[in-house]
Ligand binder design. Structure first.
Ligand SMILES: NC(=O)C1=CN([C@@H]2O[C@H](COP(=O)(O)OP(=O)(O)OC[C@H]3O[C@@H](n4cnc5c(N)ncnc54)[C@H](OP(=O)(O)O)[C@@H]3O)[C@@H](O)[C@H]2O)C=CC1
Ligand SMILES: O=C1OC[C@@H](O)[C@H](O)[C@H]1O
Length: 398
């Protein structure tokens, strides 16, 4: 018997810039045979009457005429008829928006970083479980084919990871960027660590902990963090950040042994491994890797942009892989996204989970990627403490 097809009905809380990427990616170009179908059924916006109409038109959203437009996100969460809400407001608002959504028993996909700090994230995870719904941080990079290939096919073969360089910089901040933009306004969560560092740290996490099962007694912690602010901007907006993570193994007698190290860098003013045109065209690649993972048998390089990997470069140097002259061998693994920008993969992940739960009383809710997101957010807390990156306490409240 053919499997039933699930249509995931989405609500969008905000018509943000990233909503203009995510929703068209999700709704356009989908194979009619895909087991999951996605539909946008409601949006909420703080904008006036024409805002949603213009947005739906500009983004060529299918069935726009039947989409319910709310001018109160609370009302949409309370009364709307949908399966998952996608929350893409600036990060200091995520906590209140997700909390309300969960209180209304909504499944939630929330943009990265899920929250301003770990305490907020833990609180939301507990609430999602309590009210029996699914919560997921939109860390879309984790769900791309190249990333999954790295984690599940390469990582088990390259030996012990010893050192990781994870870099995600590109010059978002130009001299003419308004200081009111969310990239420069501290009240909107501005700062390279929360905006870009969350990706670079995710790569460090994939490399250091992508294979670690919860049985393994390891611990990865921030041991160094340094930050330089964007010059000439009020409120010390963190820009050039350097973080060092140590992974340690705890042996049976409680002793600690160093396993690996990661050096993580970000910047909103330096190009890093990007081409300066990246932010306009979001397509550039360059030979210098953004991420390099050095293990005992091979190293793996991920070209820019590491948020959307499509190729992995492997340099094998263990005995088994040397060529007839005793030289190292190279492998290029191409794993392109199947269509569009690829930000839709994460939507299939949460939709499949929601479909599986529908009609089954699970008893408790679940958080997709809870450990991973929690670890990265926790590292950002610690890095901020060490590097003196501070936000108004009101944005951090639980
Ligand atoms: N996954 C990815 O690749 C990316 C993720 N992001 C993440 O997405 C989030 C949004 O970023 P971005 O798209 O650049 O943001 P924008 O500044 O483009 O949009 C934010 C939107 O939030 C809504 N909003 C603002 N204030 C409020 C409020 N008080 N109450 C309700 N809604 C409000 C507004 O939507 P409206 O006008 O409709 O009311 C606004 O347009 C961030 O957390 C960021 O880190 C950002 C870029 C890429
Ligand atoms: O998530 C993101 O990825 C792409 C960048 O343009 C943006 O700064 C960031 O928020």
């Amino acid at each position: 018997m053919a499997e039933e097809r699930f249509t995931c009905r989405w609500a969008a809380l905000s018509l943000s810039n990233i909503a203009s990427v995510f929703l068209p990616d999700l709704l356009h170009l989908r194979e009619s045979s895909a087991s999951i179908k996605h539909e946008l059924v409601s949006v909420s916006t703080t904008g006036g009457a024409s805002r949603a109409a213009d947005w739906l038109k500009q983004n060529k959203i299918p069935n726009a005429e039947s989409i319910i437009v709310y001018h109160s996100w609370e009302e949409m969460l309370e009364k709307g008829d949908f399966d998952v809400v996608y929350i893409s407001t600036p990060h200091p608002l995520h906590y209140a928006h997700v909390q309300k959504a969960l209180q209304c028993k909504r499944n939630v996909l929330v943009e990265k970083p899920a929250t301003m700090n770990r305490a907020q994230f833990t609180q939301l995870c507990n609430l999602a479980k309590e009210v029996n719904v699914v919560l997921m941080e939109a860390m879309w990079t984790r769900y791309l084919p190249a990333t999954l290939y790295f984690q599940h096919k390469l990582l088990p073969r390259i030996g012990d990871v010893k050192r990781v360089y994870a870099e995600f910089s590109f010059p978002i901040v130009s001299p003419d960027l308004s200081h009111e933009s969310r990239f420069l306004d501290k009240a909107a969560g501005a700062g390279s660590l929360l905006d870009q560092g969350v990706y670079a740290l995710t790569w460090a996490d994939l490399a250091l902990n992508g294979l670690t099962s919860s049985q393994d007694k390891t611990q990865t912690e921030v041991v160094y963090a340094h930050s330089m602010p964007v010059p000439g901007v009020q409120g010390d907006v963190d820009d050039i950040n350097t973080i060092i993570l140590n992974k340690i193994k705890i042996n049976e007698s409680g002793g600690k042994q160093q396993e690996a190290v990661a050096i993580v860098t970000t910047s909103m003013t330096l190009p890093g491994s990007s081409k300066p045109a990246f932010y306009q065209r979001l397509q550039a690649t360059k030979a210098a890797p953004a991420v390099r993972i050095e293990a005992t048998k091979a190293s793996v390089s991920v070209p820019f942009p590491p948020i959307r990997p499509q190729e992995l470069y492997v340099q094998w140097y263990d005995e088994e892989h040397l060529d007839e002259n005793g030289f190292e061998t190279d492998e290029v693994i191409k794993m392109p996204v199947e269509r569009g920008w690829g930000i839709w993969y994460q939507a299939d992940v949460i939709a499949e989970r929601v479909a599986r739960r529908n009609g089954n009383d699970q008893g408790t809710g679940e958080v997709i990627g809870e450990e991973e997101s929690g670890r990265v957010i926790g590292w950002m807390d610690r890095a901020r403490e060490m590097a003196g990156i501070v936000y108004d306490a009101a944005l951090e409240q639980v």
